[in-house]
Design a binder for this molecule. Structure first.
Ligand SMILES: Cc1cc2nc3c(=O)[nH]c(=O)nc-3n(C[C@H](O)[C@H](O)[C@H](O)COP(=O)(O)O)c2cc1C
Length: 217
């Protein structure tokens, strides 16, 4: 039943780092996941996203080396117990995945009068994130894994894939067939962070005021 399948996909989706098989992505599946991303809602229907498919091994190697530097830099900020946990976590699958997809944001799309972005500039960024989530869920339907990498300096990635000045890189997505998807997020399995219960997240009328009427799980 489509209703149940929808929720199954929501909960099945995982951020993938270590489970990429490296097999090629079926071209029709790639088109379907990009079409799903392109069908996302966007402020003023500005559709401010673009997708750069990165297959060039040299670009991928350079990006992986930069991400490794940023991983080490982040580790230096951590106290020793957190560093020990962090060191167990793989934070990217740039070279193991079949494809890199750089998702970009162009604030000039539909500007200057973007309907709905007049008072909230970030609404353009929110739109790109929705496109990414659509892609992520569609990829899960296609038995493809996606891993979002954000350990990079924006200017480095902009230069690497030659973005015009006003266009920002929002994500490097590692995409490809996987051996399996884990049931539990890596960060939870490896002791970095737990998923918070909905009960702590739902407020009544004012921020921080617990909803007394219902019990959320
Ligand atoms: C904006 C954003 C940036 C992220 N950056 C990284 C990253 O650089 N490396 C990584 O391993 N995971 C990254 N993730 C994935 C999260 O760690 C992951 O979504 C979270 O641990 C929950 O796991 P799940 O997606 O499997 O449910 C990112 C996710 C988001 C939404």
């Amino acid at each position: 039943m489509i209703y149940e399948q929808f929720y199954q996909i929501i909960y099945k989706r995982r951020d993938v780092r270590g489970q990429f098989s490296g097999e090629p992505i079926e071209p029709d599946a790639l088109e379907r996941i990009l079409s799903a991303a392109n069908a996302a809602p966007s402020v003023g229907m500005s559709q401010p996203w673009d997708f750069i498919l990165v297959e060039d091994p040299e670009i991928r190697k350079k990006f992986a080396a930069h991400v490794e530097e940023e991983r080490v830099a982040f580790g230096k900020l951590l106290p020793s117990d957190r560093l020990a946990t962090f060191e167990k976590i793989k934070i990217e699958g740039i070279l193991e995945s079949s494809l890199g997809i750089v998702v970009t944001y162009d604030p000039a799309r539909g500007a200057p009068a973007v309907l709905g972005r007049n008072t909230i500039d970030d609404a353009g960024l929110y739109s790109v994130c929705l496109a990414i989530e659509n892609l992520w869920l569609a990829a899960t339907c296609e038995n493809l894994g996606v891993g979002w990498v954000s350990f990079y300096k924006e200017q480095f990635l902009s230069d690497l894939v030659e973005l015009p000045d006003q266009v920002r890189p929002i994500a490097w997505l590692c995409v490809g067939p996987v051996t399996h998807l884990e049931d539990t997020p890596d960060l939870e399995r490896l002791g970095w962070q737990k998923r918070r219960s909905l009960d702590d997240r739902v407020f009544a009328n004012r921020y921080g005021v617990k909803d007394q009427l219902r019990n959320w799980q």
